[in-house]
Design a protein around this ligand. Structure first.
Ligand code: FES
Length: 118
């Protein structure tokens, strides 16, 4: 296997039910990773271009499910299954899906979560 051009780190971290911060697994991260992996393979990108890996918490839980795209160094957030075809197509065309890219503000933990989360 070759070193891929890009690696996608799909957060699949799971916290106990009822945790205020929630988790990407509770928002479908595990299923997103599996589906993304299949779609990259079907699109012919998996061998040389893009590998979808699982990740632990990327510390943007409130904007999850989150996917870090490296080495481009941007994050997709609030990703749903419906977004995956667009994400895969953008990867094939060497571009980003701008509407899903997290902004600097998205990396700031909301104040109401700071006091409540363990
Ligand atoms: S649980 Fe996914 S970013 Fe924290």
């Amino acid at each position: 296997m070759a070193q891929r051009r890009r690696y996608l780190f799909v957060c699949v971290n799971r916290r106990p039910d009822g945790t205020p911060k929630g988790s990407c697994a509770a928002r479908g991260g595990v299923e997103l990773h599996a589906e993304l992996k299949e779609m990259l393979k079907a699109r012919g990108l998996a061998e040389l271009e893009v590998r979808a890996c699982t990740s632990s918490c990327l510390d943007t839980c409130w904007a999850g499910p989150t996917i870090a795209v490296e080495p481009d160094h941007y994050f997709y957030g609030r990703v749903t299954r419906a977004d995956l075809p667009e994400i895969v197509e953008a990867l094939a065309e060497n571009r980003r899906v701008e509407r899903l890219v997290l902004t600097p503000d998205d990396f700031v933990e909301p104040r109401e979560l700071k006091k409540r989360s363990p």
